[in-house]
Ligand binder design. Structure first.
Ligand code: GAL
Length: 663
């Protein structure tokens, strides 16, 4: 959302929560469309996404245009009072494109072609692909610019592809030339003195294709940066075409949750609306926390309300064992998204397919049809969202705590040849978020170079790469009175993945009171280390460190084993350093204490385990993630917007129960 005049989600919602989903009517005979509209109205659907995978239908032969069917659908939706999120179909080119233009097909790192017959078989670097994508986008934008059903544009779908082919190699070289200017600068940044990798010509540089042994890590890191940038170029090229026709209609592209391939901070700057697809596993005891993490991250990228573009009404079909959602869970997780800032609750997809690769993936209307339990629950969700929409949409959530996350650091940390394969970046991020979530602290996410001054507590689960600007930002934050908690493997490398002298940036070592970082002692799977203090003993997991600290900085020590007596947790003033990952309960306790000292408290006191509370604007959302009823103290008198009942001081929530309380 770069310029203030850009359209925003509010232009599409107009005081209602958008409710609906991906609609793929091309899979159905036209009679079904009328049935669909009837059921959509019945369920309170006010938004459908059309055209995501329609390229072959719209352009069955090169240059042909078949818009008639889409004209009829746009009109039908408008007559039914249903807005359309119109997608560019560019994530799945028609088979003719690959046949006539093999240069549009990407190659993997082993040189294998990704053929048509699935989806997302396009090369981000292919000039032919980009030309064809621009042409169909232009014609769509021109045709539907003035259509009254159009509420939002949806570009492509889950940009996530890689390409190691020749055209991508040429584009990579151009990208590198622009970044480094000279080969000397590239050789220096990549450390090519190692293993005789020095380049004497730009032409010698390749994507990090299949190699005999470990690849150059900075080459891999730059290739990830390049890939994210190339995909973004594809996206903004379509966006710019669309904006020429409909500057007043917001544009989005849907992110996958915590997807490694895109620097979502950077991407979000280019969107009017940030949207995400979210599929927690209904059997995962931490499914709700995973959902909360993605919701917090998406809200932070959006800097305000965001769009849940896809979720499943029931089972997905891409896990080993695909469980449906037990009764009530779909409602709970939909309202959780709203609690955490969503102004749109949508699904993949409206009607469950009978053919194709996703026929066993649920839809809002499942194979069981309108009598099915899923559709009945969808109706309830639609009705409830309609009830609360006017009071919720546009309202904000304020958090005292921020978790820092950066894709570049993740890319550098997630490579071969590291101290431990047990340290998984997203898992570490989840552990810290879980501790804060279970402590009922509301958290934002932030980029390490963002202004952090609004937060009382900043948590860095792991930022292996920190730029100088980020380090200065953290130091300034602490100097300005903020409390900082850093996990291990932070500040180790610079932006080129060059290890900083001393194994960790000197400014950070001073901040935490680390004199010498002698060795890292990663732990094997399931292995733990005993620690004592600061409040009580705990066990550390994943990692430990042999470090020497300033005596006054010692906050907890390792007990027993090789590191007996060495510091486990350091504290200097408001700066904390954890050289191990405490087990979940201990991390929650430790962070609660630190947060409370920093002036950041839980949303409500005395919340039972498994009950989540979020304040959004004036509203208090209380969500019971447990299968047993829960009694929650909610001091004062409130109105539950979902039921219309008055609630005074005490709230009883049944299994998966939710209340939306207004004072
Ligand atoms: C998403 C995708 C949808 C559908 C869905 C199934 O990743 O955008 O098109 O495939 O997953 O869960």
């Amino acid at each position: 959302m770069a310029v203030p005049a850009s359209p925003a989600l509010a232009d599409a919602t107009r005081g209602r929560i958008l409710f609906g989903g991906d609609y793929n009517p091309e899979q159905w005979p036209e009679e079904t469309w009328y049935e669909d509209v009837r059921l959509m109205k019945d369920a309170g659907v006010n938004s459908v996404t059309l055209g995501v995978f329609s390229w072959a239908k719209l352009e069955p032969h090169p240059g042909a245009r078949e818009f008639g069917w889409l004209d009829r659908l746009m009109d039908l939706m408008h007559e039914g009072g249903i807005g359309v999120v119109l997608a560019t179909p560019t994530s799945s080119p028609p088979p003719w494109m690959g046949r006539l233009h093999p240069d549009t097909l990407p190659r993997d790192e082993d040189g294998r072609t990704e053929w048509w017959g699935g989806r997302q078989h396009f090369s981000h670097s292919s000039a032919t692909y980009r030309r064809c994508a621009a042409a169909i986008t232009e014609d769509l934008a021109a045709r539907y610019a003035a259509h009254p059903a159009l509420t939002l544009w949806h570009i492509n779908n889950e940009y996530c592809t890689f390409d190691y082919g020749d055209e991508a190699a040429a584009a990579f070289r151009r990208w590198l030339r622009e970044k480094y200017g000279t080969l000397d600068a590239l050789n220096n940044a990549w450390g090519t003195a190692f293993w005789s990798q020095g380049y004497d010509s730009w032409d010698g540089i390749l994507p990090p294709r299949h190699a005999h042994y470990l690849k150059n890590p900075t080459q891999v890191l730059d290739f990830r940066r390049f890939t994210s940038d190339m995909l973004l170029e594809c996206c903004t090229a379509e966006r710019d075409i669309i904006r020429r026709y409909t500057p007043h209609i917001p544009v989005t592209t849907n992110f996958m949750p915590l997807w490694i391939g895109q620097d979502a901070w950077r991407w979000a700057e280019e969107e009017d609306v940030v949207s995400v697809d979210l599929y927690p596993d209904p059997r995962d005891p931490l499914g709700a926390q995973h959902g909360a993490l993605i919701q917090d991250m998406t809200r932070s990228q959006a800097r305000g309300p965001w769009m849940l573009m896809e979720q499943a009404a029931g089972p997905v079909n891409w896990r080993g064992v695909n469980h449906p959602k037990p009764r009530g869970l779909g409602r709970l997780w939909s309202l959780q998204a709203v609690a955490r800032g969503a102004d749109a609750v949508c699904y993949f997809q409206w009607r469950q397919s009978r053919q194709g690769a996703e026929k066993f993936h649920s839809g809002m209307v499942g194979h069981a049809g309108e009598q099915g339990r899923t559709f009945q629950e969808i109706k309830q969700i639609g009705a409830e969202l309609a009830r609360i929409g006017a009071e919720v949409t546009g309202s904000r959530i304020s958090a005292d705590v921020a978790i820092l996350h950066d894709w570049h650091s993740w890319w550098a940390a997630t490579q071969d040849g590291r101290p431990s394969t047990e340290v998984d970046h997203p898992a570490v991020l989840h552990s810290w978020h879980r501790a804060l979530w279970e402590a009922h602290l509301t958290t934002d996410f932030a980029h390490p170079e963002h202004d952090l001054s609004a937060y009382r507590l900043v948590v860095v689960p792991q930022l292996y790469v920190l730029t100088d600007a980020a380090i200065e930002n953290l130091l300034a934050y602490v100097r300005g009175g903020g409390t900082l908690v850093c996990g291990f493997l932070t500040g180790v490398a610079d932006q080129d993945d060059r290890v900083r002298p001393g194994g960790m940036d000197g400014r950070l070592r001073d901040l935490f009171g680390i004199r010498t970082l002698h060795e890292w002692w990663p732990l094997a799977a399931g292995e733990t280390v005993e620690c004592d203090g600061p409040r009580s003993g705990f066990r550390g997991t994943l990692w430990s460190e042999e470090l020497e600290a300033e005596p006054e900085a010692m906050a907890a020590r390792y007990k027993g084993g090789e590191l007996d007596g060495y510091p486990a947790v350091l504290r200097r003033g408001r700066a904390w350093y954890f050289s191990t990952l405490p087990e979940p309960d201990a991390l929650r306790e430790l962070l609660s204490g630190i947060a409370s000292d920093a002036g950041a408290g839980p949303v409500l006191d005395g919340l039972p385990t498994g009950v989540e509370a979020v304040r959004r604007g004036d509203l208090l959302f209380v969500l019971n993630h447990g299968r047993e009823p829960a009694a929650v103290a909610v001091p004062g008198t409130h109105r539950n917007l979902l039921t219309g009942e008055t609630v005074t001081d005490n709230l009883l929530l049944g299994r998966y129960g939710v209340a939306v309380l207004r004072p």
